[in-house]
Write a protein that binds this ligand. Structure first.
Ligand SMILES: [Zn+2]
Ligand SMILES: [Zn+2]
Length: 353
């Protein structure tokens, strides 16, 4: 377990992370006392919550860290400004940490290793983070002038856009400087912090693992609801280059919807999507492995599992050479196989219970 002794702490990070909730609460009380409650200020805070939260998920995460799509300069500037105002470091630093997280997930080298416990993965790692400027995983970003500009002017940028801007909007339009500063500024930062910190903590703890059971990342619609769609984290860790995290139309993934909508007006392009058969193959193999791990495994089930494995390999081979029409039929067959595997799993669980 990590030790949170004073000598180990990153003082700047710790002071900000621990005092910002206090400033947010006291400031909000001051706003209520001096200016009184107003829905407009709450609305302003919500707009900044969406802008900065999505700046992280659509911008920092899916664009800059994973290159899951391309964006024009207007979007890149907006992502860098508002993602920056979520106060989670410059894009360069954030993406570098995140790429290490994917490459070394669940190991000692994972910056937010969940095996160190919920608190460490959630925010403890930020309290203990050393100030090392080693960007070996982000050579592409070091060459990006906009990313480097944001890195250089990060501090003045967050003061101006993260705090002064909402305060001025609050003052000019809603007659409340305090509401803009403390509710749309500080309180909003604290809420966005914890919403996105959940991705590193609870998204590695809550939910199931349909694609890869070897690592801790999990899929959960509930977590997706709190994290702008990033809760389909097992899918994301398995197919990190995909611009989507929730792949079904009904999956709650507002980050995916934003990226897709922007593609219709040419602001985003080259959206990377994993082929359906590749996704189904992963799911089928994970499902079969699950059945094989059951203690109530019988000869009959064993035979069926072997047959399904053979059929899967055969279909994958055929998919390489087939025309589009036949491909659709084969993919539909993979879908059926997945349903059968789910049924088999359920039966075994019932027997086991
Ligand atoms: Zn990621
Ligand atoms: Zn993760």
């Amino acid at each position: 377990m990590k030790s949170y002794e004073l000598k180990n702490l990153n003082i700047t990070n710790s002071v900000f992370l621990l005092t910002s909730p206090i400033i947010a609460i006291l400031g909000t009380l001051l706003w209520l006392y001096v200016d009184g409650f107003s829905w407009e200020i709450l609305g302003l805070a919500f707009v900044f919550y969406i802008l900065t939260g999505m700046g992280i998920t659509a911008g920092y995460h899916r664009l800059f860290a994973h290159r899951a799509y391309k964006a024009n300069s207007i979007m890149k500037v907006l992502y860098l400004i508002f993602g920056g105002c979520a106060l989670q470091n410059s894009a360069l630093k954030w993406c570098n940490d995140h790429r290490v997280h994917h490459g070394k997930v669940d190991t000692e080298e994972d910056p937010y290793n969940i095996n160190e416990g919920f608190f460490y993965a959630h925010m403890g790692w930020i309290l203990l983070q050393e100030n090392i400027e080693d960007y070996r995983y982000s050579k592409d970003l070091l060459k990006d002038p906009l990313v480097m500009l944001q890195h250089r002017f990060y501090l003045p940028m967050i003061v101006v856009f993260g705090f002064l801007l909402p305060a001025i909007i609050g003052h000019v339009f809603f007659d409340s400087f305090l509401g803009g500063l403390f509710v749309a500024g500080f309180l909003r930062v604290v809420v966005v912090h914890h919403a996105t910190f959940f991705i590193n903590s609870l998204c590695h703890m809550v939910g199931n693992r349909p694609y890869d059971k070897e690592q801790t990342a999990r899929d959960s619609w509930l977590m997706a609801f709190f994290t702008f769609g990033e809760g389909y984290h097992n899918f994301h860790h398995t197919f990190q280059a995909d611009y989507r995290n929730g792949i079904k139309a009904y999956h709650f993934d507002p980050t995916k919807w934003l990226i897709k909508s922007l593609s219709y007006i040419g602001f985003t392009s080259g959206l990377r999507v994993t082929r359906e058969e590749v996704i189904l193959e992963k799911k089928i193999r994970a499902g079969l492995k699950d059945i094989e791990n059951q203690t109530t495994f019988t000869d009959k089930v064993n035979e069926r599992v072997e047959n399904l494995k053979d059929e899967l390999n055969q279909i994958l081979e055929e998919l390489q050479v087939q025309s589009r029409d036949n491909k659709d039929k084969l993919v539909a067959r993979l879908d059926e196989m997945m349903s059968e595997i789910k049924g088999l799993s359920l039966q075994l669980e019932l027997v086991h219970a």
